[in-house]
Design a protein around this ligand. Structure first.
Ligand code: KG4
Ligand code: ZN
Length: 358
């Protein structure tokens, strides 16, 4: 089964084709057109700019991807497109394009939850069959979530951020240092030469049975630090120590809570994804937390940690292969939850039913 994936939930226009065979899904083609350069000058993502870029990019990327990988429209069995969560206008561009293409090719178009895509991306990246149960840790610019995944569509929320997402905290702290968006990779680079114990920044919710996160207090502490030490703005050694100490506070909380979640549930598998998983200090700390719990760590290589369409296509393909209902791409949902079971009348079971309902 070949599925074309389209992802336009934020600032990346991404398209991909995956192939599902029994027990395994492989990537046939995968392209991500990043808008980082465009948004950098504004210090963050501007929704209207992102939308116009998706509109410009998609009609070039999809035919280009198919030509380059020698896949014809006729070879596709379905199209999977991100339904939400994300920026409404960006999601709409992906949806409109996917639906038009589905009509032209006479194939079903289904909506996929962006977070579900992240959740399963490590299995795809490591060419492993999806196996339950596991603890999912999603850490990106918009989300910080700990999930107990018990089966398809059966995800229990253990905790999430009560304010900023971890990636957002990296981006906001970077801004305090006049570092352009996205701040995460640049903070990690600066942190390499710094002392992580130079400053004791706060760790939120230290209790073992609390799986929520809070990163806004940490960001405020960094702001106070600069107010008290204005000379730090122009001193690379101060900045390196600050970045290392800030990064260590974020990483410490994420790894500790992931370890606690493994211990509390008895799960022996941690599946971690999202853009912040590009951070090597976090990968090392999670590996250590897993070792302490006798658990395996599944983490994608960096290019599949950040937003991509392969994770969207693969989630749909795996669900179809497992006979799990998919949602027809009838409407976007910018606030789509991972924890609401898809039970709409549009939820249908397989390709034939999808075709009939269209
Ligand atoms: O998953 P993603 O591409 O987009 C969202 O769905 O949000 O994640 C982007 C986020 C940004 O906040 C970026 O600063 C952060 O991931 N990030 C990092 C690193 N690389 C990307 N954070 C820390 N260290 C990194 N190396
Ligand atoms: Zn994402």
């Amino acid at each position: 089964m070949r599925v074309l994936g389209i992802e336009t939930s934020c600032d990346e226009t991404a398209v991909s084709v995956v192939e599902a065979q029994i027990g395994k899904t492989g990537i046939l083609a995968n392209v991500v057109s990043s808008q980082i350069r465009l948004h950098e000058q504004f210090g963050g993502i501007v929704p209207e700019v992102a939308t116009r870029e998706h509109l410009r990019n998609l009609p070039q990327l999809v035919p280009g991807l198919l030509t380059q990988s020698r896949i014809r429209l006729d070879d596709l069995d379905a199209i999977a497109v991100t339904q939400g969560p994300g920026l409404a206008t960006s999601l709409l561009i992906g949806y409109s394009y996917a639906r038009a293409l589905g009509l032209a090719a006479d194939i079903p178009v289904c909506g996929v939850n962006h977070l579900e895509g992240h959740l399963f991306s490590p299995f795809l990246a490591l060419s492993q069959k999806v196996e339950f149960p596991f603890i999912g840790l999603i850490v990106s610019g918009g989300h910080t979530l700990l999930v107990h995944a018990k089966g398809w569509n059966h995800y229990e929320k253990l905790g999430g951020t009560v304010d900023d997402a971890a990636g957002e905290a990296f981006d906001k702290v970077a801004r305090l240092m006049d570092i352009s968006y996205p701040g995460g990779p640049k903070i990690e680079k600066l942190a390499r030469t710094g002392n992580a114990e130079a400053y004791a920044f706060p760790r939120s919710f230290p209790q073992k049975d609390n799986f929520n996160f809070s990163f806004s207090g940490l960001k405020t502490s960094v702001r106070y630090f600069f107010e008290k030490n204005p000379q730090a703005h122009d001193d690379n050694a101060w900045k390196a120590d600050l970045c290392a100490s800030f990064q260590s506070a974020v990483v410490d909380v994420l790894a500790r809570k992931a370890g606690n979640a493994l211990a509390a549930t008895g799960c022996k598998r941690l599946v971690a994804s999202g853009g912040v998983l590009c951070n090597n200090a976090l990968r090392v700390a999670l590996a250590q937390a897993c070792a302490e719990q006798g658990a395996n760590l599944l983490v994608a290589d960096p290019k599949l940690c950040t937003d991509n369409a392969a994770m969207i296509a693969a989630t749909a393909a795996e669900k179809m292969a497992a006979g799990i209902p998919l949602t027809l791409a009838t409407d976007i949902d910018p606030n789509l939850s991972l924890f609401k079971r898809p039970g709409s009348t549009a939820a249908v079971k397989n390709k034939e039913k999808l075709m009939r309902q269209r």
